[in-house]
Ligand binder design. Structure first.
Ligand code: 5GP
Ligand code: ZN
Length: 114
């Protein structure tokens, strides 16, 4: 989608990626909420996780999880602990309409989230 900020980041029109493969990209969050705050996105534009309704997209989400784990290990937060979260729609606080997994770590994280 030409007007989607995360599509532009995935296409390397703006910003800087910290990870990329054929189907997934990752980059540091602009407004980090923890010492490690990386966003993992599918290169394919899918607006929200509730739009994941077929096996191909489900496999893509699984691959994003693997990428999150890999980045967590690289950033040294795998053993201490980390959180992977996706906000879906307004009540959850979603503000960018292209699926993204937040990878958060490097400090003690509170639960439940606000
Ligand atoms: P949401 O609120 O949709 O779950 O998360 C959106 C996230 O995207 C926020 O944490 C916000 O800081 C981040 N974000 C929004 N615009 C940009 C941008 O242009 N670049 C980067 N790197 N992060 C962004
Ligand atoms: Zn997009």
């Amino acid at each position: 989608m030409s007007d989607c900020i995360f599509c532009k980041i995935a296409n390397k029109e703006i910003g800087a990626l910290v990870y990329e493969d054929d189907t997934v990209a990752a980059f540091n969050d602009l407004n980090p909420q923890a010492p490690v705050h990386v966003l993992i996105i599918p290169k394919k534009h899918i607006a929200r996780i509730s739009d994941v309704t077929n096996g191909e997209d489900a496999a893509l989400m699984g691959h994003m999880m693997v990428v999150a784990n890999k980045i967590a290990a690289e950033r040294g937060i795998a053993e201490g602990g980390y959180r992977v979260v996706a906000n879906c729609n307004e009540d959850a606080g979603q503000s960018v309409w292209h699926i993204h997994f937040h990878l958060l770590g490097g400090r003690q994280l509170g639960w439940p989230p606000g």
